[in-house]
Ligand binder design. Structure first.
Ligand code: AOF
Ligand code: ZN
Length: 330
């Protein structure tokens, strides 16, 4: 499971843990610099309360769910996607809320990669006599991939999105826009934009496509908009391009990947074009590749998706910095 697949397909199952994951998903895109976290409180096989972390500075998922549960939390089981924290940050430790509420059992999906928290939350709960199970859930891991990368490396989690013909081309001729993918892929891409902190393209894409880089859906308003970034080393773009529209989200024009890091985003969706994607790949800066393949052939004169590489790049198995997230053809 990858972060992209999780945000595009959602959580399908109906276990208590799946419900906690579904709660967590409500916070995706809003929690920066915190991870999205979800929680459900269950007693006698009945759902008592739910909670999710909505925004940094606001209640953590467990605290919110326990507040809703009140006294009925006594003797309950708490399912939470992330190991409960045991530190004073913007909010007090969740472990103390859990102990105070008299929770009997805690089942959590993944350890908190935050060096201030790792291991201690579970340990403190166990010391208080609470039964604790860490289940290493792959969806819980996927959910916090951007947070994990950001907290460990102080760099954004990079998702590279690319749409090609079956023969790996991104346009029929240079300088020409070729519509390839259909409504399903389009919906997925806009969902990715909605979930990521920022969307990045190269200057060539701005000059050829003049994209807005906003999240748009046919059947609902977008819940949030990503910041927009143009990687423009030669200063070819200008304020009249749509990506620089003066609205509620900021736009940035940058000339290096170091500059990208200093912007401090937790997740960035790189949408191309070929040169930008190649430079991210060459510099080992792609964490996840969302490759859409359209049932069309563009021929040898077509524009290749990837430019020259200095060495072959193996996408799965051999290279752990890349996860191939294949999405079906339109
Ligand atoms: C939890 N439940 O819902 C979240 C957690 O500054 P604070 O107090 O909001 O703490 C932020 C840190 O807490 C964050 O870096 C991560 O380690 C953890 N997030 N923990 O038990 C939650 N959002
Ligand atoms: Zn907490």
């Amino acid at each position: 499971m990858s972060f992209c697949r999780l945000i595009c397909e959602g959580i399908q199952g109906n276990s208590w843990f799946d419900q906690a994951l579904r709660e967590a998903c409500k916070g995706i895109g809003f929690t920066y610099p915190n991870p999205p976290v979800g929680c459900v409180v269950v007693k006698d096989n009945q759902l008592i309360a739910t909670g999710y972390h909505a925004k940094a500075g606001e209640l953590h998922a467990e605290a919110k769910a326990l507040l809703e549960a009140g006294e009925t939390a006594l003797g309950s089981t708490l399912y939470v996607t992330l190991e409960p924290c045991n530190h004073f940050g913007r909010t007090p430790p969740c472990t103390q809320e859990i102990i105070k509420a008299g929770v009997k059992r805690v089942i959590y999906g993944v350890a908190d990669p935050n060096p201030h928290v790792t291991g201690h939350g579970a340990q403190v709960l166990r010391e208080a006599g609470i039964e604790v199970h860490a289940i290493s859930h792959p969806d819980a891991e996927a959910l916090i991939q951007p947070f994990t990368k950001f907290i460990r490396h102080k760099k954004p989690y990079v998702i590279a999105k690319i749409a090609t013909s079956l023969d790996g081309k991104i346009a029929f001729k240079p300088g020409e826009q070729t519509q390839m993918t259909g409504p399903d892929s389009r919906r997925r891409v806009h969902r990715m934009r909605e979930a990521c902190d920022a969307v990045l393209v190269g200057s060539e894409t701005v000059l050829v496509d003049n994209p807005q880089l906003t999240a748009r859906f046919d059947d609902r308003p977008a819940q949030r908009q990503p910041a927009r970034i143009v990687l423009d080393r030669r200063h070819r773009t200008n304020p009249t391009h749509q990506v620089y529209a003066k609205d509620s989200v900021p736009s940035y024009c940058i000339s290096s990947l170091d500059e990208l890091d200093s912007l401090g985003f937790m997740s960035v969706l790189v949408e191309g074009g070929g040169q930008v994607l190649t430079s991210f790949l060459e510099q080992n800066r792609v964490d996840e590749l969302a490759w859409f393949t359209a049932p069309i052939l563009l021929g040898n004169q077509g524009v290749p998706a990837i430019g020259n590489l200095s060495k072959p790049l193996k996408l799965s198995g051999g290279a752990d910095f890349l996860t191939l997230s294949s999405c079906q053809a339109a």
